[in-house]
Design a protein around this ligand. Structure first.
Ligand SMILES: NC(=O)C1=CN([C@@H]2O[C@H](COP(=O)(O)OP(=O)(O)OC[C@H]3O[C@@H](n4cnc5c(N)ncnc54)[C@H](OP(=O)(O)O)[C@@H]3O)[C@@H](O)[C@H]2O)C=CC1
Ligand SMILES: O=C1OC[C@@H](O)[C@H](O)[C@H]1O
Length: 408
């Protein structure tokens, strides 16, 4: 048996998710039956100070030889870093991922990979021209539960799929929790808001279902309702998408993708409110229970009355490991968060010479970004209280074409 190939990670930023990612990546891959790759945290950079990077290395339990930098530039100039994990706020993703690619580094960039289509396309073009790997860190897509849901749809077990609801809403009590208006969730300068932060999850479930049921990924139309928060970002965004599919395969598919920082997909935290994702076919549906980004339960409901529940466990360092994620949440069962699967995907892709993730293509990232751009453009028109608008993202480059639908 050949020994696992090591991927040398550079961590760009030391915030909450960077901590969770690093702690996950340090979990032994054998705990999830992975033996072909392993991960090394080679270096960590903080734009605040070298000391902050050093503290991060200690807090997360990285080996003492992990290098600490007080600037992102030093990180991308480190010749012993293969891939950089970009974990800054959304507004910075384009600029920092570009810097990494220009320095010849592969990139795994937190979601959303960019704040609009132009940025996403420019990053992809740069990565392709330099033959470098680039992946949006939509980690949920690499969870085993996600593959299972896709396989169920593909198998035809629930019949032809016609509709998918996907909600990613977290009641964040923004006036209380983010009172200063500086937190990245409500800060316009950091591209805050529910849509860009939570939308990638809802859209990912929707796009995955559409692809698995034979639909295309370039929506025919996008309609959106956006409610703003007092800082100007979006507080609640509701999107209706029509995904194209041939008449022989069942015709167009409808998707409803919702996000909110005001209400919750899981108000009591134990799933009593029901599923946050429903993929509906002619013979049944598959449901995913909250949280949509890290589900632990699915349910198959068939038209003939049969119901199949499945629980999803997350491997990790095990009980008594004292595993805390970057947001200070402890998992007493010693489960990891689950971000190691996306790290494995990046490592395997690099071994294989692949330039993008296998489960969410870069074209799909662009298609989803177009939907989010469309919602943002529609928001602009909605402020004039026009009755209803829809947008055709596949028409001339990013130009809105509205159909004014009469109110009932
Ligand atoms: N996959 C997932 O489950 C999650 C993903 N995310 C994504 O990760 C990204 C970061 O989120 P999160 O870790 O919660 O954010 P934090 O605010 O906790 O951390 C962001 C870090 O980015 C660095 N940074 C660089 N420039 C700025 C700036 N102008 N303002 C603030 N921070 C800056 C700072 O690190 P330093 O000082 O070291 O440079 C800071 O600690 C977001 O894009 C978000 O969408 C977030 C949560 C969960
Ligand atoms: O990616 C995310 O998932 C979980 C949420 O808490 C967070 O706001 C978001 O960035």
């Amino acid at each position: 048996m050949s020994s696992p190939r090591a991927t040398r990670w550079g961590i760009l930023a030391t915030g909450g998710i960077a901590k969770t990612f690093v702690k996950d990546v340090l979990v032994d891959p054998n705990t999830r039956d992975v033996s072909n790759v392993k991960h090394v945290i080679a270096a960590v950079a903080s734009s605040t100070s070298e000391k902050r990077a050093k503290d991060f290395i200690i807090d997360t339990g990285c080996p003492s030889m992990t290098r600490a930098y007080g600037s992102y530039l030093e990180l991308v100039q480190d010749s012993e870093v293969d891939i950089v994990y970009v974990a800054t706020p959304h507004s910075q993703h384009y600029q920092q991922s570009l810097m990494c690619l220009e320095a010849g580094k592969h990139v795994l960039c937190e979601k959303p990979m960019a704040v609009n289509v132009q940025e996403a396309e420019a990053l992809i073009a740069k990565a392709r021209s330099k033959q470098l790997f680039l992946m949006q860190a939509l980690w949920t897509r690499y969870l085993p539960v996600s593959k299972y849901v896709e396989d169920v749809v593909k198998s035809g077990a629930i019949g032809t799929v016609h509709r998918c609801f996907a909600d990613t809403s977290i009641a964040m009590h923004p006036e209380k929790e983010f009172a200063s208006g500086e937190h990245r969730m409500v800060n316009r300068d950091l591209a805050g808001g529910a849509l860009l932060d939570l939308g990638p999850y809802s859209l990912s479930w929707l796009f995955q279902a559409a692809k698995a049921s034979g639909a295309g990924i370039d929506p025919v139309t996008v309609t959106a309702a956006v409610k703003p928060y007092q800082t100007g970002v979006d507080e609640t965004t509701t999107i209706l998408v029509v995904m194209p599919r041939s008449a022989e395969r069942g015709g167009d598919l409808h998707g409803i993708a919702t996000t909110s920082m005001r209400v919750s997909m899981d108000p009591n935290g134990i799933g009593s409110a029901g599923p946050c994702v429903r993929i509906q076919g002619e013979e049944g549906e598959i449901q995913v229970f909250p949280p949509s980004y890290r589900p632990t339960k699915t349910r198959l409901v068939f038209a003939d009355g049969k119901v199949e529940d499945k629980d999803w466990l997350y491997p990790g360092p095990g009980k008594d490991s004292g595993w805390f994620n970057g947001f200070g949440e402890m998992n007493p069962e010693g489960e990891g968060h689950g971000m190691f699967w996306e790290a494995d995907e990046a490592a395997v892709a690099m071994c294989e010479g692949r330039l993008e993730g296998s489960r969410e293509s870069l074209d799909e990232v662009v298609a989803m970004m177009k939907v989010m751009d469309a919602a943002t453009i529609l928001r602009f028109f909605a402020q004039f209280r026009m009755p209803s608008l829809s947008f055709m993202p596949s028409k001339p480059a990013n130009y809105p074409r509205h159909s004014f639908l009469p109110c009932p």
